[in-house]
Design a protein around this ligand. Structure first.
Ligand code: A3P
Length: 296
């Protein structure tokens, strides 16, 4: 077995009713037992909701706008991915995190109920980023084409159906966004919308600063807005995942920094697909006080 064999499209298996990549399921024990520290910061999202964007914002806030420092390593090294399986030579997320000095910033896509209990027991701060379902599923569709560890996405029509049937990796988008929304007042959760970040990045970055209790002068905030813009991040090798081998993330198929827009879904949903999706969405989200914008 050479490394190329190690990375194949993993099937999904269930953990407490949530479909996850097989190697994640195989090492579920250490993930469930993960020991959070009180000063850990967790960035939680459904896949493709703007995780990397928020990670870059948080890191730049914590280094007080020092761009050199933010360039010290790629995103996934600076802020390890909790549930990621070992991808040789990289150890698993849990193993990586043992050696990270406090305060740690940790990424997860786990739905609320699968987040290790120690995060809640320690009252850790959590930043949740949510993105409207239509842009989220389009982004995920392109990602599953280029990410060679995720199941084959197949044709768009079927992929969209799988999303609606809540069968994609990390499970139901609907439950994911709603549960964190409902829990935000019970825990130390800052809930941020991708669409709000696009509309007024400075305003949303200020919310994150307040949450992290970091004060920065206006010119540093401006610098962070610029450094975390789509155009700059797309060209930043420490933020655009170009350091990950193309055997895992094939950016010739689709770049990780793909479009970064609100409303890009309109290029992929047919009118009929949009109508069916909206009707199902209304039924599925009925009674929730959570509202998204699909354009700004
Ligand atoms: P698109 O595929 O719609 O372009 P995640 O980091 O959770 O995997 O999310 C990736 C999505 O966030 C991609 O969406 C990516 O382009 C977008 N993104 C990353 N950085 C961004 C930025 N600075 N501004 C806007 N969107 C960004």
């Amino acid at each position: 077995h050479d490394h190329h064999d190690t990375f194949h499209r993993f099937p999904l298996h269930m953990v407490h009713g949530i479909p996850l990549m097989e190697p994640i399921v195989q090492q579920w024990g250490p993930i469930e037992d993960f020991q959070a520290r009180p000063d850990d910061l967790l960035i939680a999202t459904y896949p493709k909701a703007g995780t990397t964007w928020m990670q870059e914002i948080v890191d730049l806030i914590l280094v007080r706008g020092d761009v050199e420092k933010a360039h010290r390593a790629p995103t996934h090294i600076r802020m390890p991915f909790l549930e990621i399986c070992p991808t040789p030579p990289m150890p698993s997320g849990v193993q990586q995190l043992v050696d990270v000095p406090s305060p740690r910033v940790i990424k997860t896509h786990l739905p609320f109920q699968l987040v290790p209990k120690s995060f809640w027991e320690n009252r850790c701060k959590v930043i949740y980023v949510a993105r409207n379902a239509k842009d989220n599923v389009v982004s995920y569709y392109f990602f599953d084409q280029m990410n060679k560890t995720q199941p084959e996405p197949g044709p768009w029509e079927l992929y969209l159906r799988k999303f609606m049937e809540e069968k994609l990796a990390w499970g139901s988008w609907y439950d994911h966004v709603c549960r964190y929304w409902d829990e935000r007042t019970n825990h130390n959760i800052l809930y941020v919308f991708y669409e709000d970040m696009k509309e007024d990045p400075a305003r949303e970055i200020r919310r994150v600063m307040d949450f992290l209790e970091v004060e920065l002068p206006p010119e540093v905030l401006e610098k962070i807005v610029w450094q975390t813009s789509f155009q700059v991040m797309k060209e930043n090798p420490m933020a655009n995942y170009s350091s990950v081998p193309s055997t895992i993330l094939d950016q010739d198929v689709s770049p990780f920094m793909r479009k970064g827009e609100v409303g890009n879904w309109k290029n992929y949903f047919t009118v009929a697909q949009s109508e069916v999706f909206d009707a199902h969405y209304q039924r599925r989200m009925e009674g929730s006080s959570l509202h998204f914008r699909t354009q700004i």
